[in-house]
Design a protein around this ligand. Structure first.
Ligand SMILES: Nc1ncnc2c1ncn2[C@@H]1O[C@H](COP(=O)(O)OP(=O)(O)OP(=O)(O)O)[C@@H](O)[C@H]1O
Ligand SMILES: [Mg+2]
Length: 485
């Protein structure tokens, strides 16, 4: 391999087929004269455009037809010409410089073209070279050179991550892997599970329970996830009324008054709230507005007066020492009820975090645009992060996540996208150049992802995500079944 050209942080390297270099590989350019090495990543492999090559190829194809069987290469130069025809140009991005084995991220140094040696460097030895925290490893899968790739749980701690890719590429699978990885280290994880896919986390693929069974708590709103008004805060209730049920301002004021007077009487039930609204001396329109919201609350089946009400605080207390995943199963919940559950869940999470009842929570949100209201996006990535709520968004529609969230994302787990527009959206992430994203992500096979950002110390790595022995749920139901399966 020979160094050919450098422009900005792009570099072009001439190579031949027997060098066996592919997209995503890392190359080390070593200048024997100085103690510096350039770390580059191949983002595209093209044929080298050699002057006169087209003519040569054309001439080749015509001689093929005319002189079959005869020796038309008396000087024996054809192997040499073939060699040149097969020459490749590797388009690479400079990822950093090693000076005396220490990493620097600038790319101002230019190695010698005549003296530089270029070698392939396995991803694992590269990451090891970069050092960083090695404890709490989570095995993600294997790299192209078949060595295991681990990230550390520290790289998810206090961070914002995005898992994205087109349908069926393995996003939810990776997200389950991360959830279990965190639970293994006794973290508390909350999963907003839109399709009921995570409900099998506590079971192995054969159906029996696995080692996580006791730590996976599936909460189904309306079934085993119901709450009482007595343990609710006015603030959370108002969020539900205003944001999920669109209660107008005047009625909200009246509701506040009713709630406060009920509170003064002590504990109260749904029935008491209904009676208080009926008896309230307010404008008939206000009362109607309150009543319609009241019935929405009752019909959601999420509120109850009996003993089946659960205490969020208690569940979190259970997970505090051993860790655990709280899977909120939103699969059979209507969109309004989903928002009610969400306002309740997030409102209470913030309360518990701000009172230090729990240290921090990792939130995994699938297709969050379907239930997260506008104002929450900003809130989750800025304010709530300081409270200890660390979010991981999972989506197959990258344009539903706002641009500023991509910019703030610490790591992105990018699966295949063929659509240019989707790639354009993802490439706005500040941590990587758009050429890398576009060139590599378009050719990722299923179950492979490109890891970008902090988790891989800003050295994008392609990884084949490992399989998991858990019961898969939420698969698409098909009409035509395959007899071979
Ligand atoms: N690394 C893997 N090893 C083995 N099976 C996998 C792997 N990744 C995904 N799968 C399987 O492939 C199927 C699709 O994966 P998954 O549901 O995670 O895709 P998805 O990207 O979340 O799709 P959607 O956009 O529809 O939500 C699942 O049955 C899953 O079990
Ligand atoms: Mg999915």
């Amino acid at each position: 391999m020979r160094l050919y050209k450098k422009e900005g942080n792009s570099i072009q390297i001439l190579s031949f087929p027997n060098d066996n270099v592919e997209k995503g590989d890392y190359l080390l350019v070593e200048d024997s004269g100085v103690n510096r090495k350039l770390i580059t990543q191949v983002i595209d492999v093209q044929f080298a455009s050699v002057p006169g090559l087209l003519e040569e190829l054309l001439r080749d194809s015509t001689t093929d037809e005319r002189v079959c069987g005869e020796n038309f290469d008396p000087l024996g130069v054809s192997s040499h010409i073939n060699h040149i025809q097969d020459a490749r140009m590797l388009l690479c991005k400079i990822r950093g410089t090693l000076v005396n084995e220490k990493l620097h991220v600038n790319s101002s140094w230019l190695p010698s073209r005549s003296k530089s040696g270029i070698t392939r460097i396995p991803v694992n030895s590269l990451l090891k070279h970069l050092g960083g925290n090695q404890d709490l490893p989570i095995n993600i899968g294997e790299t192209k050179d078949a060595s295991p790739l681990t990230i550390t749980a520290h790289d998810l701690d206090g961070r914002l991550n995005i898992i994205t890719g087109k349908k069926g590429t393995g996003k939810s699978h990776l997200s389950k892997l991360l959830v279990l990885g965190l639970v293994e280290y006794k973290a508390t994880v909350v999963v907003l599970d839109l399709n009921g896919e995570y409900t099998g986390l506590g079971f192995s693929s054969s159906g029996g329970s696995n080692k996580y069974s006791k730590r996976v708590h599936v909460l189904t709103p309306g079934a085993n996830f119901r709450v009482s008004l007595a343990q609710m805060e006015l603030r959370v209730m108002l969020n539900i009324l205003v944001h999920a049920l669109n209660l107008p301002g005047t009625s909200t004021r009246e509701f506040k008054r009713i709630w406060k007077s009920l509170r003064q009487q002590g504990s109260f039930t749904l029935q008491d709230l209904g009676d208080a609204i009926r008896d309230c001396k307010c404008n008939i329109h206000v009362r109607d507005a309150l009543f319609s919201r009241y019935y929405s609350l009752v019909n959601s089946g999420f509120f109850t007066d009996d003993d089946s009400a659960i205490s969020f605080e208690k569940i979190f207390e259970e997970t505090r020492d051993v860790g655990g995943a709280l899977v909120i199963n939103l699969s059979d919940v209507s969109s309004v009820d989903r928002q009610i559950v969400l306002e309740y869940t997030l409102g209470n999470l913030v309360k518990l975090l701000s009172k230090w009842k729990i240290r921090s929570v990792f939130l995994f949100a699938e297709e969050a645009h379907l239930y997260l209201r506008e104002t929450y996006w900003e809130d989750i990535v800025t304010r709530m992060r300081h409270f200890g709520l660390f979010t991981n968004f999972v989506t197959n529609q990258p344009d539903t996540i706002k641009e500023n969230i991509y910019r703030q994302a610490d790591s992105i787990f990018l699966f295949n996208f063929t659509n240019e527009r989707d790639l354009e959206t993802v490439s706005r992430a500040a941590r990587v150049d758009s050429e890398t994203v576009k060139s590599i992500a378009q050719e990722l096979p299923p179950h492979h992802c490109l890891l970008i950002g902090r988790a891989v110390k800003d050295f994008p790595v392609m990884v084949k995500v490992r399989a998991l022995d858990i019961k898969t749920m939420g698969q698409t139901r098909l009409f035509f079944t395959n007899k071979n399966n």
